[in-house]
Every structure is written in structure tokens, then in C-alpha cells.
Design a protein around this ligand. Sequence first.
Ligand code: COA
Length: 312
Amino acid sequence: MISWNDFCRYASELLLKPEYIEATRPFFESLDPALYDRLSAKGYEGIPEIKAAFPGEEYRRFLLIMGISSWPDMLALYKERNYTPQQLEDIRPDLSFWMEKSMADVGFPGLEPRIYEWVRAVHEGRILQFGRLQCNHRHTFVGKVACFENPDGTVRLEECPEHREDALFSFGDPAINLHIPAAGPLKRALCIDSLRKIVDFFDRTQTDFSYKAVVCYSWILDPVFPKIMKSTNLADFQKLGHLYRLEGYDETNEVVWRVFDIPGGTPADIGRKPWNTGMRRAVGEYLQQGGRFNEYGLIILRRELPALLASE
Ligand SMILES: CC(C)(COP(=O)(O)OP(=O)(O)OC[C@H]1O[C@@H](n2cnc3c(N)ncnc32)[C@H](O)[C@@H]1OP(=O)(O)O)[C@@H](O)C(=O)NCCC(=O)NCCS
């Protein structure tokens, strides 16, 4: 188990607010180092045991300590891979955004299992960031849709659960998969700038990775957002490429968590939080009318990137 001094150093390098570090202190100091070492050695697989040992929501504090402990591994990895200082600076605040989410969700700094897994992916270099957007280091497309060229040169999407050799892009093809950190408004210009950096990184340094498209899978891609939101950022984001629906993924409860900060919540719970932002009001009214949200995907073909990147 790391020392309290190292924990404080790593946490502040990860831009955690001093009050969040201090809030973790009583739990940290109460931990039996041998128990910590035994449980944390199992990584993600040890989580059921960690939950049993720290009931209620306290296990989140344990996972935060585990997450923060792997920060030096990430520094070593970035050095080994010759990543630029800017890459490190871009992704450095990621954990601090999740701490704000934890404060909103449960009122103290911690990590739930899914976000612990995310932090691990960041620290292991499986998730990278370039400006506003993040992406996987490697990704294989899992959307059950294929892109074909029409006789007039436009692109059409067809439902297709398998890889198709005759398609421009389909299930199983290599792709750059985007993620959106909670770093404020999702402005189109920032996204284009970020895409430019991502494409430059892959084209320059990952020449063995012949990606065929840039993709994204997300609740924010549901085409209902442009209809209900005053802000046009999500509409602009959705227009970056071709949208398709991921069948069988009802994201309604995910949106309740993402927008109303109610872990495990359902539309019946949204009255528990103030409708104090534009998105909360838009989503709240839509849910009140019986609306549901679905997961959608976005595809920007590699051949479409030059025109898109020149457009801003
Ligand atoms: C995705 C995201 C960047 C979209 O933001 P955006 O559409 O650019 O939002 P805007 O800045 O235009 O905000 C419009 C309004 O909605 C609010 N809003 C935006 N995202 C919100 C959220 N997740 N929860 C509650 N309110 C939110 C803003 O506060 C603003 O309110 P105001 O009009 O009262 O000032 C933002 O929701 C976010 O950071 N989400 C968390 C990360 C995430 O879910 N990523 C996708 C993972 S799959």
C-alpha cells in the first residue's frame, strides 16, 4: 500500500482538490495495509470482495485509492511510448472530472467499479486524449451496421450484424473510438481541432493501425437531443458523421444518472434533484412525457475526414 504522503502527491498531480484529498484521509488511515494489498492485488476481479469488506458506499473510497495508486505507472508508460507532454496535460484532469461526478452522485470522492475500470484504462494508456476529445488506443468496430457507397458517391448505412468485405466500413473493422470527458461545452470547433490532433497522431505514429473510420457510441447521440435542447452543441456533434441506432440499448436510466446524478436511478427519481440546468429541464420534461433514450452510434469514414477537418 502506498504511503499517505505518496497518495497526496499522486492525487494532487492528478489535480484532485485539496479538500477531496483531505476527505479521503480518515478512510485511508483506517485501512489495514495488509488487507489493502491483498484485496487490491486482484484488481477489477477483487471488487466483490472489496464491496463486502466495505459495505454501503464506502468501497468507492477504496477504489479511489487503488485508482490513484496507478498514476506513476501511467507516467512511466507515457515516457516509454514517447508521448508528448501535451498528451499528458490533456488527459491529466480526467480523474478530477470524475471526482466532481462522485460528489454530485454520493457527496464524497470515490470511484464506482465502472469508473475505476475507466481510470485503469486511462492509466494503462488504453484511452488517450487530444484536446477536447478522448479515444481508444485501439478499437474494433462493434456497431451492427455497414456503410456502402451509392452510385452518386454518397454513403448509405445498412443494418448488418457481420463484417462485410464489400462495405466501406462494417462490424469488425479497425476504428478510432471517441469518448467525451465532462470538460464543459462540446463546441464544434473544439471537436474539429481535437479530431485533427487525433488523426495526426494515428497517421504519424500508429501506421500499423489501418483504421477505416472514426466512431462514437453514446447516449448524447440520441437524435432527440437536438429536438429538446436549446443548446446546439449536441446537434452539431451529431452532424459530424452518420448516425445509426444501436438496437437493444435503452439508455434511459443511464441518462438519469448522467444528467440528474442519481446512481441506479430511474425516471421515477428525477423529482429528487433540482431541474437547475438547461439539460435537466429538457430531459426532465421529455421523461415526464414518457420519453425514452436510446444508444446511438456515429461514424465518420476515414475518407470523409479531410473535408471535415478543413471545414473549421
Ligand atoms: C456531453 C456534454 C459535454 C454535453 O454538453 P453540452 O451539450 O455541450 O452542454 P452545454 O454546455 O451546451 O449545456 C447546456 C445546458 O445543459 C447543462 N448540461 C450539460 N450537460 C449536463 C449534464 N450532463 N447534466 C446536467 N446538466 C448538463 C449545462 O449546464 C447547460 O445548462 P444552462 O443552459 O442552464 O447553462 C456534457 O453533458 C457532459 O460533460 N457530460 C458528461 C460526460 C459524458 O456523458 N460523456 C459522454 C460519455 S458516453
